[in-house]
Write a protein that binds this ligand. Structure first.
Ligand SMILES: Nc1ncnc2c1ncn2[C@@H]1O[C@H](COP(=O)(O)OP(=O)(O)OP(=O)(O)O)[C@@H](O)[C@H]1O
Length: 253
């Protein structure tokens, strides 16, 4: 079974601790939201878990293998990663950028197998990009480009998805659309770990919320169990009311 697992994972930059002893597990069937304030260490945790950032202690495994020792293709077959920073080497068409998601299957733009082409078409459709398929990516709005990157991750058809702020810059409809697609992905037997800053969105979609503060995971559990006014006060320093999965932020302390 696909599994991303970290145990006592720590990351340092010089004398600064970015991630402190993180224990995290992602398996199919779960949509896990990773929440925490700016600078809490979320991106550092994801990168170290995937073997893309050096760890100072602990371990990180993908399907039982040390994630730092996997080749890029081995890693990409196990997990689709949508980073927060999404540089494009050069402008290209939307379809060609989405096709980069098929890299792990040996695809290159212009050389897609029928299976690759079908996965690319489906990801384009799912992310409402059909009318933009032939556009150059440097002509897109920020939100349109964000959807292209989401489609590239979905096209990979990996059993796990790790997405760092996939809905930042998206309008409300597309935030819901992307989260609906992530949910469909999970319902179809995959697992997703998604960094979000929108607590309501996380509460609505997540099966589990992992809460991070000051480089540590401070809580990990179902929204019903971990989403409380006290938690929001502690993590974000905000006053909030919580009713079931509904959250209203009323101000700061
Ligand atoms: N190479 C580095 N050297 C020093 N500090 C770093 C380095 N990389 C990251 N940091 C710091 O580590 C902290 C955690 O960064 P990280 O990007 O993991 O946070 P985050 O929770 O993802 O934040 P955000 O929500 O703003 O994206 C931040 O304060 C950041 O400035």
């Amino acid at each position: 079974m696909a599994e991303l697992l970290t145990k006592d994972l720590s990351v340092k930059a010089g004398a600064t601790t970015l991630v402190n002893g993180a224990n995290l597990r992602l398996v199919p069937g779960e949509l896990v939201a990773l929440l925490g304030p700016n600078g809490a260490g979320k991106t550092s945790l994801l990168k170290a878990a995937l073997g893309l950032e050096k760890r100072s202690a602990g371990f990180a495994r993908l399907d039982g293998s040390d994630s730092a020792k996997l080749s890029p293709i081995e890693r990409a077959r196990r997990v689709a990663y949508l980073p927060q920073q999404r540089p494009l080497a050069w402008p290209n068409t939307v379809r060609d950028v989405v096709a980069l998601g098929r890299y792990a299957y040996g695809a290159a733009p212009g050389h897609l197998s029928p299976e690759d082409a079908a996965a690319v078409d489906q990801a384009i459709k799912r992310c409402d990009l059909t009318e933009l398929t032939d556009r150059q990516t440097d002509t897109l709005s920020g939100g349109e480009l964000a959807r292209v990157h989401c489609a590239r991750a979905f096209a990979a058809d990996a059993p796990l998805l790790v997405a760092d702020e996939p809905v930042a810059a998206l309008d409300p409809r597309h935030q819901f659309r992307i989260m609906d697609i992530v949910r469909e992905y999970v319902d179809g037997g995959c697992g997703a770990l998604v960094v979000l800053h929108d607590i309501s969105l996380a509460a609505r979609y997540a099966t589990r919320i992992v809460w991070m503060k000051d480089s540590r995971i401070v809580a990990d559990g179902a929204p019903e169990d971990t989403l409380t006014p006290e938690r929001l006060a502690d993590i974000y320093g905000v006053r909030a009311t919580v009713s079931g999965r509904a959250v209203e932020i009323r101000g700061t302390f």
